[in-house]
Design a binder for this molecule. Structure first.
Ligand code: MLT
Length: 215
């Protein structure tokens, strides 16, 4: 059964967990689309990454020339930090409310974000440490430099990045990995040779990585 709704606050889809006792049991993937996407975009990716997991997929509430995003930017790669902070807090509150509404364990949520979705997932990790059980950040950038450093206490994070990405250049993924590690996260950095896109080998690597996250 798929439930759709526009409360609390985000248009979203929630797809309950399928039967099974494997690594997916009890896990909810928080799916965060890229600029111009919507709540349907990453559902097939979520299914492929962790079959049987519950999926919670909100639509970003900011519109940029009609394209949904999770927070405002001032220019390509230049983020509106005030808006980012506010939207990150809204997403954290949405997650908490959705856990109550749909009855999933808020301690077993793994974010899966692409591009703008990866950036707000990284912001959620840094602003609300402990809120996510883990995160898969695909084509991410550094959302902000945290000060003081948060304590991510071993949170597992997978970063997938393209060596030829002109939008989120390799230095961004490297810096993000560095600052997450400095905050205590367990970071796996996976490179692919392509640009700002998902690649099959990256999806495969993220799938295998997800199976190893301890409950
Ligand atoms: C962003 O958050 O602006 C992304 O990294 C780039 C994009 O969404 O196009």
């Amino acid at each position: 059964m798929a439930l759709s709704g526009d409360a609390p606050d985000f248009i979203h889809r929630f797809l309950p967990a399928g039967p099974g006792t494997g690594p997916a049991a009890g896990t909810t993937l928080l799916l965060l689309h890229g600029t111009g996407g919507d709540e349907g975009d990453l559902v097939p990716l979520g299914r492929a990454l962790l079959p049987g997991a519950a999926l919670l997929s909100p639509r970003g509430r900011v519109l940029e020339r009609g394209m949904p995003r999770f927070f405002r930017r001032l220019a390509e790669g230049v983020f509106d930090q005030e808006d980012l902070a506010r939207r990150t807090d809204e997403l954290a509150a949405f997650l908490q409310g959705a856990a109550t509404r749909y009855g999933f364990d808020p301690g077993r949520v793994v974010a899966v974000g692409f591009s703008n979705g990866a950036n707000i997932a990284a912001s959620l990790l840094l602003r609300h440490p402990g809120r996510l059980r883990g995160a898969v950040l695909l084509s991410p950038m550094v959302p902000f430099e945290p000060e003081p450093e948060p304590d991510l206490g071993g949170t597992p994070v997978f970063i997938g990045a393209g060596k030829a990405d002109p939008i989120a250049p390799p230095a961004q993924a490297e810096r993000l990995a560095q600052l997450l590690r400095a905050a205590g996260a367990q970071v796996t950095l996976h490179w692919h040779p392509s640009g700002h896109t998902l690649t099959p080998d990256e999806v495969d690597a993220a799938r295998l990585w997800l199976q190893q996250i301890p409950p």
